[in-house]
Ligand binder design. Structure first.
Ligand SMILES: Nc1ncnc2c1ncn2[C@@H]1O[C@H](COP(=O)(O)OP(=O)(O)OP(=O)(O)O)[C@@H](O)[C@H]1O
Length: 272
């Protein structure tokens, strides 16, 4: 378990997100589930942090607490030093289920525009941000199309464009590529790394896939089984310039995979 949260923030960057002893107990008349058992970690400004954990480990619960969709039953989440009590303006979310997160009756542009409108931006500024977000995700020509006219990978690009359009400080992604084919997934992984470099946005990325976590992240947090705690915080000491074939063939990549795989196996039998 991580004892010193600040020591775990890589490369001495100032803390952007502070998850401090977050607990979540679901209680109903019939059963009580202790999903989170005191999760602690910090994410530095500009970092790319991945979270992996066994199925049912409480990853979705944790992200709901971090994004203010769910109030934890213990502990606190702070973003830029302020306690998160509702979805923060500085945070954007991307979910696995792009088909349900985009509105099918709205064009691609209108989908991307929605949070900008909600933020009260003027039309001209909205136009500029929409075009630059669509260009950033490689979709300059589909603004007037409807989501259902696009492939799954393109729809997820639209969801990413909508998330980055209003320039959030942190992008929180919940298994965003679990529903697309392998080639599309590889392209989307590279897109997210490119956006991270280009925009300087902080990324918190949850995945089931150990290889994906190592390929993408600067750090990987391994969660235990419920009640969940952070079991390990692994620095990914691979070169920053990554490519799907070269990086995954490195012997260091294999060593990290072995280490993380062992952690996940232990995690299945360990709880906080
Ligand atoms: N609304 C809820 N009410 C009661 N229990 C819940 C609720 N949501 C989740 N749980 C329980 O909390 C635990 C963690 O669930 P959660 O969905 O957060 O895990 P997960 O790691 O995202 O799972 P998976 O990887 O399988 O998607 C599970 O035991 C689940 O049954």
């Amino acid at each position: 378990m991580i004892e010193d949260r600040n020591a775990a923030t890589a490369q001495g960057r100032p803390t952007l997100l502070d998850v401090d002893a977050v607990k979540m107990v679901y209680s109903s008349a019939h059963r009580t589930v202790e999903a989170l058992g005191g999760v602690r970690f910090t994410v530095g400004d500009g970092e790319f942090v991945c979270i992996v954990g066994p199925s049912g480990a409480g990853k979705t619960t944790l992200l709901k607490c971090i994004s203010g969709l769910l109030r934890p039953t213990g502990g606190t989440v702070r973003l830029e030093g302020t306690e998160v009590k509702a979805p923060p303006q500085a945070m954007a979310l991307v979910f696995q289920d792009y088909a349900r997160s985009l509105f099918p009756w709205m064009t691609v542009e209108a989908n991307v525009e929605l949070p900008l409108k909600q933020a009260g931006m003027a039309r001209r500024q909205r136009r500029d941000l929409i075009s630059s977000a669509l260009a950033d995700v490689g979709l300059t020509d589909v603004g007037s199309a409807y989501p259902w006219q696009l492939s799954g990978g393109m729809q997820q690009r639209v969801a990413i464009a909508r998330a980055i359009a209003y320039r959030p400080r942190i992008l929180v992604m919940d298994e965003p590529f679990a529903a697309v084919d392998a080639q599309t997934r590889a392209d989307l992984e590279d897109l997210v790394r490119d956006l991270w470099h280009k925009l300087g946005v902080t990324v918190l990325f949850v995945t089931h896939d150990i290889d994906e976590a190592i390929y993408l992240g600067e750090r990987v947090l391994a969660l235990s089984a419920s009640p969940t705690v952070v079991m390990d915080d692994i620095a990914i000491d691979l070169p920053d310039a990554r490519d799907q074939i070269g990086t995954r063939s490195l012997s260091r990549f294999g060593e990290l995979r072995k280490e993380l795989y062992g952690q996940i196996q232990r995690a299945r039998h360990t709880s906080g």
